[in-house]
Design a binder for this molecule. Structure first.
Ligand SMILES: CNS(=O)(=O)c1c(F)c(F)c(SCCN)c(F)c1F
Ligand SMILES: [Zn+2]
Length: 261
């Protein structure tokens, strides 16, 4: 109950005050995935991921999360297979997290909340000419969601965590080269997939979601480093960057498919 009331309180967060629900939205994200309502689809292929670490460009604080941007001018870092009809280019990844370990993820599984959620954002270069266009296209984007749970130290994540003090304030940016985000993927291939939206403005209904079933483990210090970031710019009164997740949205007329029995 605390969690749901918290999520309601969270919905009044300035970022979404006016965005509580997109008028007429029929496929909004995030959602609570009811495991036993998901439908196994034997036609779903294994997800194929080919990221080139050399396409990693920089990390920046966009005032809402920290984001790692990639060179998306070629097909060097792409995903394909899974529910996808063609390949999609990696554009950026970012995270959503809570002030404490009891909440932070955007999606839930049978109402279980994780302390954080990783989003790897990809766009369709076959149907769109740019990422900005793809955001407005039906199924222009694919976002892979990976849950983070409290546990062992994540060595791959630490390189990212060590760079966070350099992007403490909104609009800070730091070069970040040679990082392979596939080190943030769980080894288990199982996922759910459903049609949804961005969870930040413009909240467009252009996302094919692929939510990995198995979380990755990170340790307390690594989560605390996320919570040391600021929503605010240098010189402004400091507001810690925490609870940057959107409240749950209604499933409406959607089915969540699973790649596993
Ligand atoms: C999937 N997570 S998200 O929060 O909805 C999200 C962002 F946070 C983003 F920053 C971008 S980049 C373009 C818009 N600002 C995005 F495409 C996106 F989908
Ligand atoms: Zn996100």
């Amino acid at each position: 109950a605390a969690c749901s009331s918290y999520r309601l309180r969270d919905a009044l967060h300035p970022l979404w005050q006016s965005e509580l629900s997109v008028s007429g939205g029929t496929r909004q994200s995030p959602i609570n995935i009811h495991w036993r309502d998901s439908v196994y689809d034997p036609h779903l292929k294994p997800l194929k991921i080919h990221y080139d670490p050399a396409t990693c460009l920089y990390i920046w604080n966009n005032g809402y999360s920290f984001q790692v941007e990639f060179d998306d001018t070629t097909d060097k870092s792409v995903i394909m297979g899974g529910p996808l009809e063609n390949h999609y280019r990696l554009k950026q990844f970012h995270f959503h997290w809570g002030a404490i370990n009891e909440w932070g993820s955007e999606h839930m599984v049978d109402s279980k909340v994780y302390p954080a959620e990783l989003h790897l954002v990809h766009w369709n270069p076959v149907t769109s000419t740019s990422f900005e266009d793809a955001i407005m296209e039906n199924n222009g984007l694919v976002v892979i969601g990976v849950f983070l749970k409290l546990g062992a130290h994540h060595a791959g994540l630490q390189k990212l965590v060590d760079a966070l003090p350099a992007v403490k304030h909104k609009d800070a940016i730091v070069e970040f080269d040679v990082f392979d985000p596939s080190c943030l993927m769980p080894s288990c291939p199982d996922y759910w997939t459903y049609d949804g939206s961005l969870t930040t403005p413009p909240l467009t209904e252009s996302v094919t979601w692929i939510i990995k079933k198995t979380p990755i483990e990170v340790d307390q210090n690594q989560l605390e480093e996320f919570r040391m970031l600021l929503f605010t710019s240098a010189g402004e009164e400091e507001k810690r960057m925490v609870d940057n997740f959107r409240p749950l949205q209604p499933l409406m007329n959607r089915t969540v498919r699973s790649s596993f029995r």
